[in-house]
Design a protein. Structure first.
Length: 161
């Protein structure tokens, strides 16, 4: 891997957001060992066009949320892929609703490139930074900057204390 400088980030207060999508439990160890769920969840989300089944979307972005941490980045968490919504009055069968809590988030923008690569590389750089993480929720936003998966930029929000 290329030696990259510490990524620049901004600390931005965020309001709470409602997200609806498909979810499951995983960990970084499972994901790195190839026994995780993230890739399978993404494949299903795209293949079944699940974003189109989410009612009352707040915007056109796809959001991937990491929440319900057992302790820290090395413990299990819930991975949810879906969309921000205006209301959770109707949650489609097989999907769940989750609230991204309000708070301070360190915000990182990936370098442009193949989405699978730039997201992993950005997370690897984040893990190397001494952030006072809250481990309540972190999330990735795939908006118009990620429309071309071969040259995507993804915003990653890391909850901090």
């Amino acid at each position: 891997m290329t030696n990259h400088p510490t990524p620049e980030f901004r600390i931005i207060p965020q309001l709470a957001a409602l997200v609806v999508g498909i979810a499951g439990r995983t960990s970084n160890a499972h994901e790195m060992a190839g026994t995780g769920i993230i890739g399978k969840q993404w494949e299903r989300f795209v293949r079944e066009n699940l974003v189109a089944q989410i009612p009352e979307r707040a915007d056109s972005a796809v959001v991937a949320v990491y929440a319900d941490y057992a302790s820290d980045k090395d413990a299990e968490d819930t991975f949810l892929i879906g969309a921000r919504v205006k209301s959770v009055a109707v949650v489609p069968q097989g999907m769940v609703a989750k609230t991204i809590p309000a708070g301070k988030y360190a915000t990182f923008i990936s370098e442009p490139g193949p989405v699978e690569r730039v997201v992993v590389e950005t997370w690897q750089r984040i893990w190397g930074i001494a952030l006072d993480r809250a481990y309540r929720a972190d999330y990735e936003v795939y908006d118009e900057r990620a429309a071309d998966p071969g040259s995507a930029q993804v915003a990653i929000y890391v909850g901090i204390r």
